[in-house]
Design a protein around this ligand. Structure first.
Ligand code: GLU
Length: 319
């Protein structure tokens, strides 16, 4: 459903007004969450509370506004695909990475196998399962889990990130579709690493425990061209950050990326654990948590909250 918001005039630089709008966004998110349901194809994810909702916005000066369940840890799931891609770009480079995976929106569900058999043996993009598994097969030859975890902590500016063992086991036990993808890639002769090692690293990265604050941080690092604004440390080259933003924008919300791009207009990435990271270039990072998902597998509350923020605070990158 497309609609335009009335945009009442208010001072968008007034901290109290900004806080009020973020509070409204959190309220909208909490209401929209009632329409969704938690993922259950990974049994451990079904244990989440569908009523949980939180939103955290952090700007380049570190100013933070948070409402709701923003401290609660949950598994990062597909948002780890951004970290995996960042690691591949940083350690292997653009040419090497994109000679194994394409950069086209797929228009298919996140776990689809279809186009691997009908369009190209190379996965459409690194933001869907097939593409992320392919990127991980590349990385698996150079990095182990501890190194990826260290990179994830730097990328999210959060040293508290740990592996959620229960989610990892649950996913490893039930991830047959991802197993099918990795072996299909191997059968086509394009997989770059050993299949079981690749899958194990992929499942582990999906099982990292983050919160809305870590996602806001990730969004902030990307908004700041790959530099940690608090320590000055360069985690990723700005050119690679541009690539990541582009792929988040075009492919970050599964087969809802187009509608989200039009109605929200912020480079973002969702995960079936209920998180969404959004990154407003040179302005702020936003993390939302709401495990009740819509039919496309995106956080129902997260989308509602981001729509509100984008419209009221004028965050659409095309504005
Ligand atoms: N671990 C999930 C899977 O591979 C990630 C899916 C997602 O968050 O979109 O099915």
């Amino acid at each position: 459903m497309f609609f335009t918001y009335e945009q009442p005039e208010f001072d968008r630089k007034d901290p109290a007004e900004i806080r009020r709008v973020i509070g409204e966004a959190a309220q909208n998110g909490r209401e929209a969450a009632r329409e969704g349901r938690c993922a259950d194809y990974i049994p451990e994810l079904a244990k989440a509370n569908p009523e949980d909702f939180g939103v955290c916005v952090r700007d380049l000066s570190g100013e933070t506004v948070a409402f709701g369940e923003t401290e609660k840890r949950f598994s990062i799931q597909s948002i780890s695909k951004v970290i995996n891609l960042a690691a591949a770009l940083k350690f292997l480079g653009f040419q090497e990475t994109f000679s194994h995976v394409r950069m086209e929106p797929s228009g298919d569900p996140f776990n689809s196998i279809l186009k691997l058999d009908t369009v190209s043996e190379y996965p459409s993009n690194p933001m869907i399962n097939a593409g992320a598994i392919q990127v991980m097969s590349l990385l698996s030859n150079f990095m182990d889990f501890d190194e990826l975890l260290t990179f994830a902590r730097a990328f999210c500016m959060d040293d508290g990130i740990e592996l959620n063992e229960a989610v990892y086991r649950s996913e490893a036990e039930t991830g047959d579709r991802n197993r099918a993808i990795v072996y299909l890639l191997k059968s086509k002769g394009v997989l770059c690493g050993e299949p079981e090692k690749t899958l194990d690293l992929y499942f582990r990265m999906c099982s990292l425990n983050v919160n809305a604050g870590s996602l806001a941080n990730m969004g902030l690092l990307i908004a700041n061209g790959g530099q940690n604004p608090f320590t000055g440390k360069h985690v990723l080259h700005p050119g690679y950050v541009r690539t990541i933003r582009s792929l988040m924008y075009t492919c970050g919300l599964y087969d809802e990326s187009g509608e989200f791009g039009v109605t929200v207009g912020i480079p973002s990435k969702s995960g079936v654990g209920g998180g969404i990271v959004a990154s407003v270039p040179a302005r702020c990072g936003i993390g939302t948590y709401g495990p009740a998902l819509n039919a496309k597998g995106n956080s129902a509350g997260g989308i509602a909250a981001l729509r509100h923020l984008s419209h009221l605070l004028k965050l659409n990158i095309f504005d």
